[in-house]
Design a protein around this ligand. Sequence first.
Ligand code: GLN
Length: 451
Amino acid sequence: AHLDRIAKVDDRVRAFLYVDTEGALAAARAVDERRAAGEDLGPLAGVPLGLKDVFTQKGVPTTCGSKILEGWRPPYDATVVRRLREAGVVILGKTNMDEFAMGSSTENSAFGPTRNPWDTDRVPGGSGGGSAACLAAFEAPLAIGSDTGGSIRQPAAVTGTVGVKPTYGGTSRYGLVAMASSLDQPGPCARTVLDAALLHEVIAGHDPLDSTSIDQPVPPVVEAARSADVRGLRVGVVKELGGEGYQPGVEQRFREAVDLLAELGAEVVEVSCPHFVYALPAYYLIMPSECSSNLARFDAMRYGLRVGDDGIRSAEEVMALTREAGFGPEVKRRIMIGTYALSSGYYDAYYGQAQKVRTLIARDFERAFESVDVLVSPTTPTTAFRLGERVDDPLAMYKADLCTIPSNLAGNASASFPCGLSPEDGLPVGLHVMAPVLADDRLYRVGAAVE
Ligand code: GLN
Protein backbone atom coordinates (compact mmCIF):
# COMPACT_ATOMS: atom_id res chain seq x y z
CA ALA A 1 0.00 0.00 0.00
CA HIS A 2 2.81 2.41 0.80
CA LEU A 3 4.62 1.62 -2.46
CA ASP A 4 1.35 2.39 -4.27
CA ARG A 5 1.02 5.62 -2.36
CA ILE A 6 4.59 6.57 -3.32
CA ALA A 7 3.84 5.79 -6.96
CA LYS A 8 0.77 8.00 -6.71
CA VAL A 9 2.08 11.11 -4.96
CA ASP A 10 5.86 11.18 -5.04
CA ASP A 11 6.05 12.82 -8.47
CA ARG A 12 4.70 15.89 -6.70
CA VAL A 13 6.28 15.56 -3.25
CA ARG A 14 9.62 14.09 -4.30
CA ALA A 15 10.39 12.79 -0.83
CA PHE A 16 12.31 9.81 -2.21
CA LEU A 17 15.56 9.75 -4.16
CA TYR A 18 15.40 6.00 -4.57
CA VAL A 19 12.53 3.56 -4.07
CA ASP A 20 13.73 0.04 -3.41
CA THR A 21 10.57 -1.80 -4.50
CA GLU A 22 12.13 -5.23 -4.74
CA GLY A 23 14.18 -4.90 -1.57
CA ALA A 24 11.12 -3.71 0.36
CA LEU A 25 8.90 -6.54 -0.85
CA ALA A 26 11.61 -9.08 -0.10
CA ALA A 27 12.06 -7.62 3.41
CA ALA A 28 8.30 -7.81 4.00
CA ARG A 29 8.23 -11.45 2.89
CA ALA A 30 11.18 -12.22 5.16
CA VAL A 31 9.20 -10.85 8.10
CA ASP A 32 6.34 -13.23 7.28
CA GLU A 33 8.77 -16.12 7.18
CA ARG A 34 10.43 -15.18 10.46
CA ARG A 35 7.02 -14.89 12.10
CA ALA A 36 5.93 -18.23 10.65
CA ALA A 37 9.09 -19.74 12.14
CA GLY A 38 7.93 -18.50 15.54
CA GLU A 39 10.34 -15.58 15.97
CA ASP A 40 9.11 -12.76 18.24
CA LEU A 41 9.96 -9.70 16.18
CA GLY A 42 8.57 -6.83 18.21
CA PRO A 43 6.00 -4.15 17.37
CA LEU A 44 7.61 -2.62 14.28
CA ALA A 45 8.10 -5.81 12.26
CA GLY A 46 6.72 -5.32 8.77
CA VAL A 47 6.25 -1.56 9.22
CA PRO A 48 7.58 0.48 6.27
CA LEU A 49 10.13 3.26 6.69
CA GLY A 50 11.88 5.97 4.67
CA LEU A 51 15.64 6.17 5.26
CA LYS A 52 17.46 9.48 4.89
CA ASP A 53 19.98 9.09 2.09
CA VAL A 54 22.86 9.87 4.43
CA PHE A 55 22.87 6.34 5.89
CA THR A 56 24.64 3.45 4.20
CA GLN A 57 22.50 0.50 3.23
CA LYS A 58 24.38 -2.38 1.69
CA GLY A 59 24.02 -2.46 -2.09
CA VAL A 60 21.52 0.43 -2.21
CA PRO A 61 22.58 3.73 -3.83
CA THR A 62 23.57 6.31 -1.21
CA THR A 63 24.08 9.86 -2.47
CA CYS A 64 23.77 12.21 0.53
CA GLY A 65 21.97 14.45 -1.96
CA SER A 66 25.27 14.99 -3.76
CA LYS A 67 26.48 14.42 -7.30
CA ILE A 68 29.86 13.42 -5.91
CA LEU A 69 28.44 10.12 -4.61
CA GLU A 70 26.24 9.36 -7.63
CA GLY A 71 26.44 5.68 -8.47
CA TRP A 72 28.03 4.65 -5.17
CA ARG A 73 26.59 1.53 -3.55
CA PRO A 74 27.96 1.05 -0.05
CA PRO A 75 29.37 -2.37 0.85
CA TYR A 76 27.97 -2.29 4.40
CA ASP A 77 24.92 -1.41 6.52
CA ALA A 78 24.89 1.45 9.00
CA THR A 79 24.26 0.23 12.56
CA VAL A 80 20.88 1.96 12.47
CA VAL A 81 20.03 0.03 9.30
CA ARG A 82 21.22 -3.26 10.77
CA ARG A 83 19.00 -2.74 13.82
CA LEU A 84 16.01 -1.84 11.65
CA ARG A 85 16.48 -5.03 9.65
CA GLU A 86 16.80 -7.13 12.80
CA ALA A 87 13.51 -5.66 14.05
CA GLY A 88 11.87 -6.50 10.71
CA VAL A 89 11.31 -2.87 9.71
CA VAL A 90 10.83 -2.65 5.94
CA ILE A 91 13.00 0.01 4.31
CA LEU A 92 11.09 1.47 1.36
CA GLY A 93 13.90 3.60 0.00
CA LYS A 94 16.19 6.58 0.47
CA THR A 95 14.76 10.01 1.23
CA ASN A 96 15.85 13.35 -0.19
CA MET A 97 18.02 15.78 1.74
CA ASP A 98 20.15 18.87 1.40
CA GLU A 99 23.56 17.94 0.06
CA PHE A 100 25.57 16.33 2.88
CA ALA A 101 22.83 17.50 5.28
CA MET A 102 23.74 21.16 4.81
CA GLY A 103 20.60 23.23 4.62
CA SER A 104 17.13 23.89 6.00
CA SER A 105 14.90 23.39 2.98
CA THR A 106 16.19 20.46 0.81
CA GLU A 107 16.82 23.04 -1.90
CA ASN A 108 20.53 22.20 -1.65
CA SER A 109 19.86 18.65 -2.86
CA ALA A 110 21.67 18.05 -6.15
CA PHE A 111 18.56 16.16 -7.28
CA GLY A 112 15.99 18.93 -6.80
CA PRO A 113 13.94 19.91 -3.75
CA THR A 114 11.28 18.00 -1.86
CA ARG A 115 7.96 19.81 -1.51
CA ASN A 116 5.92 20.27 1.62
CA PRO A 117 2.78 18.11 1.38
CA TRP A 118 0.80 20.82 3.24
CA ASP A 119 1.49 23.27 0.41
CA THR A 120 3.68 22.14 -2.46
CA ASP A 121 4.91 25.69 -3.09
CA ARG A 122 6.62 25.53 0.28
CA VAL A 123 9.71 23.75 1.58
CA PRO A 124 9.50 20.74 3.91
CA GLY A 125 12.42 22.01 5.97
CA GLY A 126 15.86 20.49 5.90
CA SER A 127 18.14 18.88 5.71
CA GLY A 128 15.87 15.87 6.26
CA GLY A 129 12.94 17.26 4.30
CA GLY A 130 12.41 13.96 2.49
CA SER A 131 12.08 11.99 5.71
CA ALA A 132 9.54 14.46 7.11
CA ALA A 133 7.59 14.87 3.87
CA CYS A 134 7.21 11.12 3.32
CA LEU A 135 5.42 10.97 6.68
CA ALA A 136 3.20 13.98 6.05
CA ALA A 137 2.26 12.63 2.60
CA PHE A 138 1.46 9.20 4.08
CA GLU A 139 4.12 7.54 1.92
CA ALA A 140 5.58 5.91 5.04
CA PRO A 141 4.57 5.81 8.72
CA LEU A 142 8.19 5.93 9.94
CA ALA A 143 11.42 7.55 8.83
CA ILE A 144 14.99 7.99 9.99
CA GLY A 145 16.75 11.32 10.01
CA SER A 146 20.05 12.76 11.19
CA ASP A 147 20.35 15.94 13.21
CA THR A 148 23.48 18.10 13.29
CA GLY A 149 21.84 21.48 13.86
CA GLY A 150 18.14 20.74 13.55
CA SER A 151 17.75 18.53 10.48
CA ILE A 152 15.30 16.17 12.18
CA ARG A 153 13.42 18.70 14.30
CA GLN A 154 12.95 21.66 11.95
CA PRO A 155 11.50 19.51 9.12
CA ALA A 156 9.25 17.81 11.69
CA ALA A 157 7.98 21.21 12.84
CA VAL A 158 7.13 22.52 9.39
CA THR A 159 5.44 19.29 8.26
CA GLY A 160 3.40 18.66 11.42
CA THR A 161 5.28 15.48 12.33
CA VAL A 162 7.34 14.19 15.26
CA GLY A 163 11.14 14.32 15.12
CA VAL A 164 13.58 13.40 17.87
CA LYS A 165 17.29 14.09 18.24
CA PRO A 166 18.44 11.61 20.88
CA THR A 167 21.19 12.38 23.37
CA TYR A 168 24.53 12.55 21.54
CA GLY A 169 25.96 9.03 21.69
CA GLY A 170 22.53 7.49 22.24
CA THR A 171 22.23 6.26 18.65
CA SER A 172 25.13 4.99 16.59
CA ARG A 173 26.77 7.12 13.92
CA TYR A 174 28.39 4.10 12.29
CA GLY A 175 27.36 4.25 8.63
CA LEU A 176 25.95 7.77 8.94
CA VAL A 177 28.01 9.74 6.42
CA ALA A 178 29.67 12.36 8.60
CA MET A 179 28.81 16.03 8.35
CA ALA A 180 30.10 17.34 11.70
CA SER A 181 31.00 14.35 13.84
CA SER A 182 30.73 16.00 17.25
CA LEU A 183 27.17 17.14 16.45
CA ASP A 184 25.63 14.48 14.16
CA GLN A 185 23.02 12.20 15.67
CA PRO A 186 20.59 9.75 14.01
CA GLY A 187 17.02 9.85 15.25
CA PRO A 188 13.44 8.71 14.72
CA CYS A 189 10.74 10.51 12.71
CA ALA A 190 7.07 9.52 12.81
CA ARG A 191 3.52 10.84 12.74
CA THR A 192 2.78 9.94 16.34
CA VAL A 193 4.75 10.19 19.56
CA LEU A 194 4.41 6.49 20.37
CA ASP A 195 5.58 5.48 16.89
CA ALA A 196 8.66 7.67 17.33
CA ALA A 197 9.36 6.08 20.73
CA LEU A 198 9.05 2.55 19.35
CA LEU A 199 11.46 3.44 16.56
CA HIS A 200 13.81 5.15 19.01
CA GLU A 201 13.96 1.98 21.06
CA VAL A 202 14.84 -0.09 17.98
CA ILE A 203 17.73 2.09 16.79
CA ALA A 204 19.22 3.25 20.11
CA GLY A 205 21.80 1.64 22.35
CA HIS A 206 25.51 1.10 22.66
CA ASP A 207 27.54 0.32 19.55
CA PRO A 208 31.24 -0.56 19.78
CA LEU A 209 31.63 0.56 16.14
CA ASP A 210 31.01 4.20 17.14
CA SER A 211 33.69 5.51 19.50
CA THR A 212 31.32 8.21 20.85
CA SER A 213 28.49 5.77 21.55
CA ILE A 214 27.35 5.82 25.19
CA ASP A 215 27.45 2.50 27.03
CA GLN A 216 24.28 3.06 29.07
CA PRO A 217 20.78 1.57 28.97
CA VAL A 218 18.37 3.15 26.49
CA PRO A 219 16.11 5.60 28.38
CA PRO A 220 12.53 4.25 28.88
CA VAL A 221 11.10 6.15 25.92
CA VAL A 222 8.18 3.83 25.10
CA GLU A 223 6.97 3.77 28.67
CA ALA A 224 7.15 7.59 28.74
CA ALA A 225 5.22 7.92 25.47
CA ARG A 226 2.52 5.63 26.84
CA SER A 227 2.24 7.44 30.16
CA ALA A 228 1.97 11.05 28.89
CA ASP A 229 2.08 12.10 32.53
CA VAL A 230 3.47 15.59 33.10
CA ARG A 231 2.11 16.16 36.60
CA GLY A 232 4.79 17.83 38.67
CA LEU A 233 7.15 18.10 35.70
CA ARG A 234 9.06 21.37 35.85
CA VAL A 235 8.99 23.05 32.43
CA GLY A 236 11.27 26.00 31.66
CA VAL A 237 10.34 28.38 28.85
CA VAL A 238 13.60 29.71 27.40
CA LYS A 239 13.39 33.48 27.48
CA GLU A 240 15.99 33.97 24.72
CA LEU A 241 14.12 31.79 22.19
CA GLY A 242 11.22 34.00 21.21
CA GLY A 243 10.24 37.59 20.46
CA GLU A 244 11.72 39.47 17.53
CA GLY A 245 11.91 37.39 14.34
CA TYR A 246 9.33 34.84 15.55
CA GLN A 247 5.99 34.80 13.74
CA PRO A 248 3.10 35.74 16.05
CA GLY A 249 1.17 32.65 14.90
CA VAL A 250 4.08 30.43 15.90
CA GLU A 251 4.36 32.11 19.29
CA GLN A 252 0.62 31.83 19.87
CA ARG A 253 0.50 28.08 19.26
CA PHE A 254 3.65 27.63 21.34
CA ARG A 255 2.06 29.55 24.25
CA GLU A 256 -1.08 27.44 24.00
CA ALA A 257 0.98 24.24 24.17
CA VAL A 258 2.74 25.54 27.28
CA ASP A 259 -0.63 26.50 28.82
CA LEU A 260 -1.88 22.98 28.10
CA LEU A 261 1.13 21.51 29.91
CA ALA A 262 0.33 23.72 32.90
CA GLU A 263 -3.31 22.60 32.80
CA LEU A 264 -2.13 18.99 32.81
CA GLY A 265 -0.19 19.60 36.00
CA ALA A 266 3.25 20.75 34.87
CA GLU A 267 4.93 23.64 36.69
CA VAL A 268 5.84 26.26 34.12
CA VAL A 269 8.54 28.87 34.78
CA GLU A 270 10.60 31.20 32.63
CA VAL A 271 14.30 30.38 32.40
CA SER A 272 17.20 32.40 31.00
CA CYS A 273 19.94 30.74 28.96
CA PRO A 274 22.01 33.84 28.21
CA HIS A 275 24.54 32.19 25.88
CA PHE A 276 21.98 30.63 23.54
CA VAL A 277 22.08 33.78 21.42
CA TYR A 278 25.67 32.88 20.50
CA ALA A 279 24.81 29.32 19.48
CA LEU A 280 24.26 30.07 15.81
CA PRO A 281 27.61 31.85 15.23
CA ALA A 282 29.48 29.22 17.26
CA TYR A 283 27.79 26.46 15.25
CA TYR A 284 28.74 28.13 11.98
CA LEU A 285 32.40 27.89 12.98
CA ILE A 286 32.49 24.46 14.61
CA MET A 287 30.25 22.70 12.07
CA PRO A 288 32.09 23.93 8.92
CA SER A 289 35.44 23.17 10.55
CA GLU A 290 34.39 19.57 11.02
CA CYS A 291 32.77 19.48 7.55
CA SER A 292 35.94 20.67 5.87
CA SER A 293 37.82 17.84 7.49
CA ASN A 294 35.17 15.14 7.00
CA LEU A 295 34.55 16.00 3.35
CA ALA A 296 38.24 15.66 2.50
CA ARG A 297 37.57 11.95 2.00
CA PHE A 298 35.72 12.68 -1.25
CA ASP A 299 38.91 12.68 -3.23
CA ALA A 300 37.72 11.20 -6.55
CA MET A 301 39.58 7.99 -5.78
CA ARG A 302 37.47 6.25 -3.16
CA TYR A 303 33.80 6.85 -4.01
CA GLY A 304 31.41 7.71 -6.84
CA LEU A 305 32.24 10.48 -9.26
CA ARG A 306 35.65 10.89 -10.95
CA VAL A 307 36.14 13.75 -13.43
CA GLY A 308 39.01 14.28 -15.89
CA ASP A 309 40.86 11.04 -15.27
CA ASP A 310 42.42 10.81 -18.71
CA GLY A 311 45.67 9.10 -17.77
CA ILE A 312 47.58 12.34 -18.26
CA ARG A 313 46.25 14.60 -15.51
CA SER A 314 47.74 14.29 -12.04
CA ALA A 315 45.78 12.90 -9.08
CA GLU A 316 45.57 16.44 -7.65
CA GLU A 317 44.05 17.78 -10.86
CA VAL A 318 41.48 14.97 -11.00
CA MET A 319 40.66 15.59 -7.36
CA ALA A 320 40.18 19.32 -7.95
CA LEU A 321 38.05 18.80 -11.07
CA THR A 322 35.91 16.19 -9.33
CA ARG A 323 35.31 18.31 -6.24
CA GLU A 324 34.59 21.34 -8.42
CA ALA A 325 31.97 19.42 -10.40
CA GLY A 326 30.66 17.16 -7.64
CA PHE A 327 30.03 19.55 -4.75
CA GLY A 328 27.30 22.18 -4.81
CA PRO A 329 27.74 25.83 -3.72
CA GLU A 330 26.65 25.41 -0.08
CA VAL A 331 29.06 22.52 0.46
CA LYS A 332 31.90 24.54 -1.07
CA ARG A 333 30.97 27.53 1.09
CA ARG A 334 31.24 25.45 4.25
CA ILE A 335 34.49 23.76 3.24
CA MET A 336 35.98 27.21 2.67
CA ILE A 337 34.67 28.66 5.95
CA GLY A 338 35.91 25.60 7.83
CA THR A 339 39.32 25.57 6.20
CA TYR A 340 39.70 29.25 7.01
CA ALA A 341 38.57 28.85 10.62
CA LEU A 342 41.05 26.02 11.16
CA SER A 343 44.00 27.62 9.43
CA SER A 344 47.04 28.53 11.47
CA GLY A 345 46.82 32.01 12.95
CA TYR A 346 42.99 31.95 12.89
CA TYR A 347 42.42 28.73 14.78
CA ASP A 348 42.36 30.32 18.24
CA ALA A 349 40.40 33.36 17.15
CA TYR A 350 37.60 31.39 15.47
CA TYR A 351 37.49 27.67 16.16
CA GLY A 352 38.97 27.92 19.67
CA GLN A 353 36.65 30.80 20.59
CA ALA A 354 33.63 28.93 19.27
CA GLN A 355 34.54 25.89 21.37
CA LYS A 356 34.60 28.10 24.46
CA VAL A 357 31.14 29.41 23.60
CA ARG A 358 30.05 25.80 23.21
CA THR A 359 31.10 25.16 26.80
CA LEU A 360 29.15 28.21 27.99
CA ILE A 361 26.04 26.91 26.23
CA ALA A 362 26.44 23.49 27.85
CA ARG A 363 26.73 25.28 31.22
CA ASP A 364 23.52 27.23 30.52
CA PHE A 365 21.78 23.89 30.07
CA GLU A 366 23.32 22.42 33.21
CA ARG A 367 22.30 25.43 35.27
CA ALA A 368 18.78 25.40 33.85
CA PHE A 369 18.37 21.69 34.54
CA GLU A 370 19.16 22.31 38.20
CA SER A 371 15.75 23.93 38.53
CA VAL A 372 13.64 22.45 35.68
CA ASP A 373 13.18 19.00 34.12
CA VAL A 374 12.80 20.13 30.51
CA LEU A 375 13.18 23.34 28.51
CA VAL A 376 10.77 24.40 25.79
CA SER A 377 10.68 26.85 22.88
CA PRO A 378 9.16 26.99 19.42
CA THR A 379 11.11 24.59 17.16
CA THR A 380 11.69 27.17 14.48
CA PRO A 381 10.81 30.88 14.29
CA THR A 382 8.53 30.57 11.24
CA THR A 383 6.26 28.10 9.53
CA ALA A 384 7.33 26.55 6.20
CA PHE A 385 8.68 29.22 3.87
CA ARG A 386 8.22 29.31 0.10
CA LEU A 387 10.53 27.47 -2.25
CA GLY A 388 13.17 29.89 -3.50
CA GLU A 389 12.48 32.45 -0.78
CA ARG A 390 15.79 31.99 1.05
CA VAL A 391 18.06 30.34 -1.53
CA ASP A 392 20.05 33.51 -2.19
CA ASP A 393 20.29 34.45 1.46
CA PRO A 394 22.31 31.88 3.43
CA LEU A 395 21.94 33.84 6.67
CA ALA A 396 18.13 33.81 6.47
CA MET A 397 18.35 30.06 5.81
CA TYR A 398 20.66 29.54 8.79
CA LYS A 399 18.20 31.28 11.12
CA ALA A 400 15.74 28.39 10.77
CA ASP A 401 17.91 26.59 13.35
CA LEU A 402 18.14 29.29 16.03
CA CYS A 403 16.30 27.16 18.60
CA THR A 404 17.57 23.72 17.65
CA ILE A 405 21.34 24.28 17.56
CA PRO A 406 22.01 24.69 21.32
CA SER A 407 21.14 21.02 21.99
CA ASN A 408 23.51 19.83 19.28
CA LEU A 409 26.33 21.89 20.76
CA ALA A 410 25.65 20.58 24.28
CA GLY A 411 24.74 17.04 23.21
CA ASN A 412 21.49 16.79 25.13
CA ALA A 413 18.25 15.21 23.91
CA SER A 414 15.59 17.26 22.16
CA ALA A 415 12.55 16.87 19.95
CA SER A 416 9.86 18.63 17.98
CA PHE A 417 6.19 17.77 18.41
CA PRO A 418 3.22 19.12 16.44
CA CYS A 419 1.32 21.83 18.33
CA GLY A 420 -1.34 22.93 15.89
CA LEU A 421 -1.56 25.12 12.83
CA SER A 422 -0.56 28.75 12.76
CA PRO A 423 -3.64 31.00 12.66
CA GLU A 424 -1.70 33.22 10.22
CA ASP A 425 -1.22 30.76 7.37
CA GLY A 426 -2.74 27.44 8.45
CA LEU A 427 0.66 25.71 8.45
CA PRO A 428 2.05 23.39 11.16
CA VAL A 429 3.92 24.70 14.20
CA GLY A 430 6.35 22.68 16.31
CA LEU A 431 6.86 22.57 20.06
CA HIS A 432 10.55 22.11 20.83
CA VAL A 433 11.42 20.21 23.99
CA MET A 434 14.97 19.88 25.38
CA ALA A 435 15.95 17.39 28.09
CA PRO A 436 19.20 16.62 29.88
CA VAL A 437 21.68 14.08 28.56
CA LEU A 438 20.18 10.56 28.73
CA ALA A 439 16.78 11.87 29.83
CA ASP A 440 15.28 11.32 26.37
CA ASP A 441 12.20 9.76 27.98
CA ARG A 442 11.12 13.19 29.29
CA LEU A 443 10.73 14.39 25.70
CA TYR A 444 8.21 11.68 25.00
CA ARG A 445 6.30 12.38 28.20
CA VAL A 446 5.81 15.98 27.10
CA GLY A 447 5.14 15.08 23.46
CA ALA A 448 2.47 12.54 24.38
CA ALA A 449 0.83 15.03 26.76
CA VAL A 450 0.34 17.68 24.06
CA GLU A 451 -0.54 15.20 21.28
N1 GLN B 1 20.24 23.61 8.78
C1 GLN B 1 21.39 23.12 9.47
C2 GLN B 1 22.61 23.28 8.61
O1 GLN B 1 22.45 23.60 7.49
C3 GLN B 1 21.09 21.75 9.89
C4 GLN B 1 22.04 20.69 9.50
C5 GLN B 1 21.72 19.36 10.04
O2 GLN B 1 21.15 19.21 11.12
N2 GLN B 1 22.17 18.36 9.33
O3 GLN B 1 23.70 23.11 9.04
